[in-house]
Design a protein around this ligand. Structure first.
Ligand code: AMP
Length: 319
C-alpha cells in the first residue's frame, strides 16, 4: 500500500568538523520519501522553487515516488544550514531561508486523498493538520515534529496529536513537550495526549517504542564513521512508515477497521520490525552527506544490517 509523505524539500548547507558542503538535496520530506520508497510506493507533497535542480526531481521520479503533489513555483527553494560539533550530535542551525516555503499551501491531488498510510514529516503542525483535513481517514497516521513547533506552535501541535496514531520525536523534544526527565514517563504522557504509539529517538543510543502496556527498545547500529547526521530522523520515519504500509496485508482480519475508512490495529511485532527497519535505513543514511548513501543502498544491504540488529539484541535464557 502507498504512503503519502508531506514535509520540507530543501537545499541544505552542512558543516561538520571535517567537511562542508553547500546546496545539498535535503528536507524532511526528501529523506522520508526516499526512505519509504525502499519498501512501498510514495505520494509526495511538497514545494520547491524554480532554482531546484531537475536532477533531484528526476531522482525522486526514479524511485517509486509519485510527484503529482510536488509544486514547483517561481522563487527560491527552502534553504537550511547547520553545523555539527565534534560529537556529531550537537547541532547549531546557522540559517533558515523559508523562500517558497513561506506561502506553501499543501493541496492534495484527488488521487492522493485516500492514500492508506500517511507520514506527516517535520513541518509546521498547521500544515500537517491541513493535509490531514483533506484526506479520507488513513489506515495509519504517523507524525514527526521538532523543538521549534513545541516552542512556537504548541496548541496546533496538541490538536494534531489527538488526530494521529503515532508520534515520532527525539529524546530532548519528548522531555521538552512533557517536562518529564524520565523518557519512560514522557512516552506515557505523550500517549495520553492522543497517539496510540510513541517513538522516542535517542540518536546514537537507539529508540524506544511505547504502546498500550507494550514497550520495545531498539539499539543503534555501532557505526564507526558518521559523516553527516542530517536527516537521520526523517529517514527513520520514512523507513518505518514504508515498512508498515508494505506489510499491511499481514494485518489479521479481526484487526481491520469496521468502517471502510478507519484506523487499523497493526500487530505489535510488525511495529517493532518497522522500528528496526527505520533504524537500519537511518544508520546507512548518516554514512554520507545528503541522501548520497541512500542512492546506492540495496535490498541486500538492508537485510544484512537488519540481521545485525537482530543478533545484537538477542541473548540466551538463564540456565
Ligand atoms: P533532521 O536531521 O532529522 O533534524 O532533519 C534535517 C532536515 O530538516 C534538513 O534537511 C532541513 O532541510 C530540514 N529542516 C530544518 N529545519 C526545518 C523546519 N523548520 N521545517 C522543516 N524542515 C526543516
Amino acid at each position: 500500500m502507498p504512503v503519502l509523505v508531506v514535509g520540507s524539500i530543501a537545499l541544505d548547507t552542512v558543516k561538520t568538523p571535517i567537511a562542508e558542503h553547500a546546496d545539498l538535496l535535503g528536507g524532511s520530506a526528501s529523506y522520508a520519501a526516499v526512505g519509504a520508497s525502499f519498501f512501498t510506493p510514495v505520494n509526495l507533497v511538497g514545494v520547491v522553487g524554480d532554482d531546484f535542480p531537475k536532477a533531484h526531481i528526476d531522482y525522486f521520479g526514479s524511485r517509486q515516488i509519485d510527484l503529482a503533489g510536488l509544486q514547483v513555483v517561481p522563487g527560491k527553494t527552502f534553504r537550511w544550514s547547520g553545523e555539527y560539533m565534534w560529537d556529531l550530535n550537537t547541532r547549531e542551525t546557522r540559517s533558515v531561508e523559508l523562500n517558497v516555503f513561506e506561502h506553501f499551501n499543501p493541496t492534495l491531488p484527488d488521487h492522493y486523498k485516500a492514500t492508506p498510510y500517511l507520514l506527516l514529516a517535520n513541518i509546521g503542525p498547521n500544515l500537517q493538520n491541513h493535509v490531514l483535513d483533506q484526506m479520507t481517514r488513513p489506515r495509519f497516521i504517523i507524525a514527526d515534529t521538532m523543538d521549534l513547533w513545541i516552542n512556537i506552535a504548541l496548541d496546533e501541535l496538541l490538536r494534531l496529536l489527538k488526530r494521529v496514531d503515532m508520534l515520532i520525536l527525539n529524546d530532548g523534544e519528548a522531555r521538552q513537550l512533557t517536562k518529564e526527565t524520565s523518557l519512560i514517563r514522557a512516552g506515557a504522557r505523550i500517549r495520553a495526549m492522543g497517539p496510540k504509539y510513541v517513538v522516542i529517538k535517542k540518536g546514537e543510543h537507539g529508540s524506544l517504542l511505547f504502546g498500550d502496556g507494550q514497550f520495545f527498545s531498539c539499539g543503534a547500529y555501532p557505526l564507526e564513521d558518521i559523516h553527516d547526521p542530517t536527516g537521520a530522523g526523517d529517514t527513520f520515519a520514512g523507513g518505518l512508515a514504508g515498512y508498515l504500509a508494505a506489510h499491511d496485508a499481514s494485518i489479521p482480519l479481526a484487526a481491520q477497521p469496521t468502517s471502510a475508512s478507519g484506523p487499523v490495529d497493526i500487530p505489535w511485532n510488525t511495529l517493532c520490525k518497522a522500528v528496526v527497519q527505520g533504524s537500519v535505513l537511518a544508520s546507512y543514511n548518516v554514512e554520507a552527506f545528503s541522501l548520497e548513501r541512500l542512492r546506492s543502498l540495496t535490498e541486500e544491504d538492508i537485510r544484512t544490517r537488519y540481521e545485525v540488529f537482530r543478533t545484537m539484541s538477542h541473548f540466551e535464557q538463564l540456565a
